[in-house]
Ligand binder design. Structure first.
Ligand code: ATP
Length: 203
């Protein structure tokens, strides 16, 4: 299966681009969705997290207490690594299963941290990487308008993501999202045709 990795910084337009590919009939596998699914109530991965950290990681409803976990790992880099050692293999396994189950000509695997050192090893499931590049001031405006996050918290997230330059250096293809959505989608159409051809060739 031909897998296109799709990434970009916070508020760069990953969801919008994913929706566009889905409308063309391309299966979209979303690492954020998988990251939530693998730690669902009653899952083996959640059990492993409890075994590692203690049952304070659970809410009264036996779900992962995301806020408590986030606060715990915030100042403890080792704890973050321990957590990722549990979750990353599970995310990767789930991604591989969804890719294998797809019946579309190719698959888009969207992951915010696809190219970061901390990612779940998803980049090597991809034959090609498409980066969405956007001006940082636009990223802040879009992300804060969408879900009311403060500018400070968006900037903190951006500081933990790759710089635009580092992301672009690893891109096979780039679309720019500094103008209208129509202009963004116009760049996707020729890429989609190329990916269809590449997928047909690799099949
Ligand atoms: P995150 O990493 O935070 O999940 P994302 O990369 O998935 O973000 P989107 O959710 O696609 O980004 O876009 C962020 C917000 O900006 C959304 O509300 C989206 O509708 C809007 N947006 C994205 N691109 C444009 C554009 N070119 N013109 C206007 N609004 C846009």
């Amino acid at each position: 299966m031909f897998v296109l990795g799709l990434t970009g910084g916070i508020g760069s337009g990953k969801s919008k681009v994913s929706e566009w590919f889905a409308e063309q009939g391309v299966t979209v596998v979303d690492a954020d969705v998988l990251a939530r699914q693998v730690v669902a109530k009653g899952s083996k991965t959640l059990y492993q997290i409890v075994a590692k950290f203690g049952d304070w990681v659970l809410t009264a409803e036996d779900e992962l207490d995301r806020r408590a976990m986030r606060e715990y790992i915030f100042a403890r880099p080792q704890a973050l690594m321990d957590l990722e050692q549990i979750t990353h293999p599970a995310i990767r396994h789930a991604a591989k299963q969804q890719v294998a189950a797809a019946t579309s000509p190719y698959v888009v695997l969207v992951a915010p941290l696809l190219l970061e050192a901390s990612e779940a090893g998803l980049a090597n499931l991809c034959q090609r990487v498409l980066v969405i590049d956007s001006r940082e001031d636009l990223q802040v405006v879009r992300a804060s308008t969408r879900d009311g996050q403060t500018v400070a918290s968006i900037e903190r997230i951006m500081a933990n993501q790759l710089s635009r330059e580092a992301r672009l250096a690893q891109a096979d293809d780039v679309v720019t999202n500094n103008a209208s959505l129509a202009e963004l989608y116009a760049q996707l159409e020729p890429l989609h045709q190329r990916y269809l051809a590449m997928a047909a060739q690799s099949a």
